[in-house]
Design a protein around this ligand. Structure first.
Ligand code: ADP
Ligand code: ASP
Ligand code: MG
Length: 407
């Protein structure tokens, strides 16, 4: 008998009919002779609706109370899915994050998993029950409710699969798998049969929201192989696993886009030790996540720093930098919103040259201007005007023939 962990996202439990479909799918998996543990998200729109309500009520709601509020979304779904299972004659029980033994640390609204105590789930499984676990939530060791960041039910599923040493972990969603680019944007994107953890991680953290990036990190750390596939059909999906030698034959695995980015440029910074640390320190203290960071010395002998961030952090960044810039007589700050980031990802880049040139030429031929550029061992990222980001994704997707299966 295999133990299968399945995760159903918000769209997959978005209506009562969809909930019935999830229950039927779980029953089928069980009838095939498996033990089944499903992790479910809040019904689609519920988490956003709760956040909106909190923000309408209060300009700056307490993050502790936001966690208490947001965790209710998943609690609705687990009860409803379990009721639907009961109606199909399945002996099932709903399980909250606390009951699943998910212990967390870190800040409210972005808790990190500290450890897992799956004993209650084990006991129920031994009694023959099918389990429905609330995604996205855990508790601190002293009992405070934490949520795990947006998309955090993915993390719950991977953590539950690791803790129960599941034989199979399936992330069931509203697409058939991980594609070479978001199929809503690039119509001829191709479903990938497999992708390495590192590639999935780079794609997820550069905008491919099909998986939460922290869940991929967790899967890599604990060696959880998982499959992303559709909750609505039986098509094979995409396996996410440790890389193997054949994977290096493909130069670019996929392309990600991230909208709503902004750039801050500071000029007139004295070229002396400690300045970069002070600038980044001020932004770090304000809890602003920076993405690309570029520094150089201008012809006037002063240093110039540019960085990108989510555009919603722009005001906070300006405020955080003000005291330091007031001290520096020649400094000036410029900001630009309305930019987006395009990233091409593939472990094959390590052993192939000319990748950046192909990408930049494709963008140039499409008349798209490149702003900033950053590279890692397996990623090349550029910023472009947000209005051109979809054209940019299609141009780069075509330039690398990503719609065609590799020979
Ligand atoms: P769930 O509610 O099941 O967690 P999400 O909305 O979080 O689902 O993730 C699925 C969505 O991710 C898809 O509908 C798709 O638009 C988007 N997506 C972005 N990039 C990709 C990609 N490379 N492959 C597949 N889907 C992608
Ligand atoms: N409901 C949460 C969210 O919308 C968690 C999840 O769906 O994975 O972010
Ligand atoms: Mg998701």
């Amino acid at each position: 008998m295999a133990l299968i962990v399945q995760k159903y996202g918000g769209t997959s439990v978005g209506t009562l009919d969809r909930i019935r479909n999830v229950a039927a799918r779980m029953k089928r998996t069980r009838d095939e002779g498996n033990q089944v543990v499903a992790v479910v998200s809040a019904m689609s729109g519920v988490t956003d609706g709760l956040i909106k309500m909190a923000r309408e009520l209060s300009e700056n709601p307490s993050e502790r109370e936001l966690d208490v509020l947001l965790a209710t979304g998943e609690q609705q779904s687990i009860a409803l899915v379990t009721m639907a299972l009961h109606d199909l004659g399945v002996d099932a029980a709903s399980i909250t994050g606390r009951q699943a033994g998910i212990f967390t640390t870190g800040s409210h609204t972005r808790g990190r998993i500290l450890n897992m105590d799956p004993s209650l789930m084990r006991g129920f499984l031994d009694e023959g029950k099918t389990l429905v676990v609330a995604g996205f939530q855990g508790v601190t060791p002293d009992g405070m409710i934490h949520t795990l960041g947006r998309g955090g039910s993915d993390l719950t599923a991977i953590a539950v699969a690791a803790a129960l040493k599941a034989d199979v972990c399936q992330i069931l969603t509203d697409v058939d798998g991980v594609y070479t680019c978001d199929p809503r944007i690039v119509k001829n994107a191709r479903k990938l049969p497999e992708i390495s953890y590192d590639e999935m991680l780079e794609m997820a953290s550069s905008g491919s929201k099909v998986m939460q990036s922290r869940s991929v990190e967790f899967a890599k750390k604990f060696g959880v192989v998982f499959e992303v596939r559709s909750s609505l059909n039986d098509n094979p999906g995409t396996l996410v696993l440790e890389e193997h030698p054949n994977m290096e034959n493909v130069v670019i695995r996929g392309v990600s886009i991230e909208r709503s980015q902004a750039r801050v440029t500071i000029t007139g910074i004295p070229d002396e030790p400690g300045m970069s640390g002070r600038i980044l320190g001020a932004l770090g203290d304000a809890e602003i996540n920076l993405d690309m960071i570029i520094s150089n010395i201008a012809h006037d002998g002063f240093a110039r720093h540019s960085f990108t961030m989510h555009s919603s952090d722009l005001g906070k960044a300006q405020a955080a930098l003000k005291p330091l810039l007031n001290e520096l007589a020649n400094s000036k700050i410029e900001t630009e919103a309305g930019i987006a980031k395009l990233s091409a990802v593939g472990i094959g880049m390590r052993s192939h040259s000319g990748v950046a040139a192909t990408m930049f030429k494709a963008l140039g031929d499409a008349g798209i201007n490149i702003g900033m550029i950053s590279t890692s061992e397996i990623k090349i990222a550029v910023t472009v005007d947000e209005t051109r980001i979809e054209d940019a994704a299609r141009a780069v997707h075509d330039a690398f023939d990503l719609d065609k299966a590799p020979a």
